[in-house]
Design a binder for this molecule. Structure first.
Ligand code: GLA
Length: 383
């Protein structure tokens, strides 16, 4: 186990022992993710190209003889939540709803669960668009099923976790975050077809690094904006008479009777799907110049057509793009309205990029931004 995971495992097991008075029976780990390209395409039955990253959420657990679940959250001042498996309702504590929602969704999917003692700790920055919530859902699902000695298909685990977020938490998200947290593969990005959930590995060459820079702009009012974008996409698809924007072509959009905003939203999704397929090919061929060009187009489309970037992110991305030139690319990653930017570039250019970002960008607090240098990691597992 690497030092980052070891430190996190120590933290989650000691939080568990202090709260519950004994050692946990198991610890599940589910990673965060970074999306290389394919933004807001997943809930349009389209394509995404994410990879799992090193930072993760760990869930320590042991069984109880009754139907109670008692959880301590190490990252929220050791706040405690307790609920009964037979009466799961919303909690006033935001973080607790991801746990309650996942347990509820597992039971609704037909899995028989028992009571549990749980502790949670993570080392993903929150509000950075790196899927700390999806990783929590997937880790909780894996831990609860492991206690029940039940195996689950990883894609089904992701679907249950997605249901928790859509139906219980109330963000009408797509499947990308939960699916990559469950199915991530070391050294690879996954080209995911979000219609049939087919996964295609795309190897990330060993001499290429993935750099994530957190803008420090925390994502505000995300659910409202997110659900609104999703509705606009659904309206556009319905007006064109297709099941989802995945099925629409640029020519259909030209003929459709749509208001200018809805048209721009649809244009982003239609073009982003083509860019994502092209980017997977460019990455597989280690054509970083082409990948960088596609990432730049993706960012411009998120900024001008889908309108989910903010000025600080736009300036950070252009700074990163100028530093990288045609040896790779950069764009905002994730749902938008703040969060992180991702760059792909040769490993020997990482320090150059770090210096450029530290010299040229400050977070809204006036501090240097958090910079993470990553390689694609594995999906959920018991540690
Ligand atoms: C969030 C959602 C995903 C996806 C992205 C945007 O991360 O959870 O399902 O829609 O935004 O690509």
């Amino acid at each position: 186990m690497n030092p980052l995971d070891m430190a996190l495992k120590d933290r989650v097991t000691s939080a568990f022992a202090s709260a519950h008075g004994h050692a946990p029976m198991l610890v599940a780990r589910a990673p965060g993710r970074v999306n290389l390209i394919g933004e807001h395409t997943d809930y349009n039955d389209g394509f995404v190209l994410p990879c799992a990253i090193g930072p993760s959420t760990m869930v320590a657990a042991s069984p109880r003889a009754d139907r109670e679940v008692r959880i301590v959250a190490a990252d929220f001042d050791n706040a405690v939540d307790t609920f009964n498996l037979d009466t799961i309702v919303q909690s006033d504590q935001g973080w607790a709803n991801y746990v309650r929602g996942t347990v509820d969704a597992l039971q609704k999917a037909g899995f028989a669960l028992g009571g549990a003692h749980i502790a949670i700790a993570g080392n993903l920055p929150k509000g950075a668009g790196l899927s700390s919530s999806a990783s929590l859902e997937v880790a909780v699902g894996q831990a609860m099923l492991a206690l029940a000695k039940t195996e689950i298909d990883r894609t089904l685990l992701a679907q249950v976790a997605q249901a928790a977020e859509c139906d219980f938490v109330g963000t009408k998200c797509g499947i990308m975050d939960q699916l990559i947290s469950a199915q991530g593969k070391e050294g690879h990005a996954l080209l995911i077809d979000c219609r049939n959930l087919a996964l295609n590995d795309v190897r990330v060459p060993d001499n290429i690094a993935i750099v994530i820079v957190h803008s420090g702009v925390t994502r505000g009012l995300v659910e409202g904006h997110y659900n609104e974008r999703r509705r606009q996409c659904e309206v556009a698809a319905a007006r064109m008479g297709v099941t989802a924007l995945r099925d629409a072509a640029p020519a259909m959009l030209a003929d459709a009777d749509l208001d200018p905003i809805t048209r721009k939203r649809a244009w982003h999704v239609i073009t982003e799907n083509s860019r994502t397929l092209a980017a997977a090919e460019a990455l597989a061929a280690a054509d970083l110049a082409e990948l960088g060009r596609l990432m730049a187009e993706s960012h411009a489309s998120m900024r001008d057509d889908f309108e989910i970037t903010v000025p600080a992110i736009d300036s950070l991305v252009s700074l990163m793009q100028s530093a990288i030139g045609n040896s790779g690319g950069a764009r905002m990653t994730g749902g938008g309205f703040g969060g992180a930017c991702v760059a792909i570039l040769p490993t020997d250019k990482v320090e150059m990029l770090r210096h450029a970002v530290e010299a040229g960008y400050r977070t809204p607090d006036g501090t240097k931004p958090l910079i993470m240098v990553e390689r694609p990691g594995p999906g959920v597992a018991l540690t």
